[in-house]
Design a protein around this ligand. Structure first.
Ligand code: TXA
Ligand code: MG
Length: 340
């Protein structure tokens, strides 16, 4: 294996070989930015204790400086350098769900670059369940701050091609892994307050967390919770495709009739209409196949944009399991919600 595959607009495309990981680690140690695969989405990494490198992440993505990043670690020893002192609850959840799609918000260690957590006293941390990500963090010898490796406002990248489309020319390298297994971002759980709160539903289901902690866990910013959104990222319109997206909610029979009627109406007007429907045969994943819907979601949104879709019609799915994350992303992507 040669390590480097080629360059696109100055960004090195690396394979997953040992040589390539060494090269990527050296770029990170020198203050560079390297995108890498995780089980959720691709991340854009910088050494979390290097303020200048962390600032570059915000610049490359066009990310508002008040939206904090997630710090990625490869083993529990690294936790002490990231957070102040882990609570028994945090250690219990780490033991149960790491490596995996759970980011925990805890009191931060002052050694971290303040930019990582946008000046907040807390920091989000997780251990990704992906061999290449773990090898990269270990080879670098430091925790990596890494948001999703997309331009701010675009759907998160679930394949190396998505990263290249958004960030080539703006970052040092991309580790070219496979498509991401989960396809939506990690669940962000705030453990810094009196009661655990899900700030962002994601790849670990609310049900799994509730079973583990043996309590109800509210989701911030929804009808389940009167809590104000405490995750700065929640105030931004995220995950948005270029084409306007209408989310159609209501009973399955009625919403399907509306979806088909609207699709036919706009197509007759000459518009390209993209459909995300759990109708059998539509390819997205039928109702109940939330894992499949999550894995396909961002890829489908990007494919629709690439093929010049004028309008996207998306059908509501139930909010059990990963359905909660899918609906959260659809609501954020939607310009309008039509309830029938
Ligand atoms: O799966 C993932 O989480 C991916 C991969 C790369 O690990 N990363 C990711 O990062 O989605 P990003 O930056 O796109 O989303 C981070 C989210 C944002 O909504 C941010 O506001 C929230 O986590 N967050 C980070 N630190 C926080 C903190 N200290 N308090 C509250 N929310 C925080
Ligand atoms: Mg993101």
């Amino acid at each position: 294996m040669t390590g480097a595959v080629k360059k696109v607009r100055g960004t090195l495309l690396l394979d997953g070989s040992r040589h390539a990981i060494k090269k990527a680690a050296a770029l990170l140690q020198a203050g560079g930015l390297v995108a890498f695969p995780t089980e959720t989405v691709y991340g854009l990494g910088a050494v979390a204790t290097d303020p200048a490198a962390v600032k570059k992440i915000f610049l490359a993505k066009g990310r508002p400086a008040d939206n904090p990043l997630i710090v990625h670690i490869a083993d529990l020893d690294q936790l002490a350098g990231v957070i102040d002192s882990p609570s028994p609850e945090a250690l219990f959840l780490a033991g149960r769900f790491w490596p995996g799609p759970l980011s925990m918000v805890l009191k931060r260690n002052p050694a971290l670059a303040p930019e990582v957590s946008a000046g907040l006293p807390t920091v989000a941390v997780r251990m990704p369940d992906h061999l290449l990500a773990l090898r990269l963090i270990t080879a670098t010898g430091a925790p990596l701050a890494a948001p999703s490796a997309n331009l701010a406002g675009h759907p998160s990248p679930t394949s190396p091609q998505h990263v290249i489309t958004d960030l080539s020319g703006l970052i040092d390298a991309v580790i070219m892994g496979q498509r991401c297994r989960i396809g939506v971002e990690s669940t962000v759980l705030d453990l810094s307050g009196r009661q655990p709160v899900i700030l962002r539903p994601g790849g670990l289901s609310r049900e799994d967390l509730e079973t583990a902690l043996n309590c109800r866990i509210p989701v911030a910013g929804t009808r389940f919770s009167a809590l104000r959104p405490s995750s700065p990222g929640m105030k931004y319109r995220h995950y948005a495709p270029r084409a306007p997206l209408f989310l159609i909610t209501g009973s399955p029979d009625r919403r399907r009739v509306l979806l088909q009627t609207m699709a036919a109406y706009y197509r007759k007007q000459g518009l390209r209409v993209g459909v995300l429907s759990s109708f059998p045969g539509k390819g997205w994943g039928i109702e109940g196949q939330h894992g499949r819907q999550a894995a396909n979601l961002y890829r489908a949104l990007r494919m629709m944009d690439d093929s010049g879709t004028d309008l996207i019609l998306a059908e509501e799915t139930s909010i059990t399991g990963l359905g909660l994350a899918v609906m959260n992303r659809l609501r954020k992507a939607a310009g309008r919600t039509l309830r029938i």
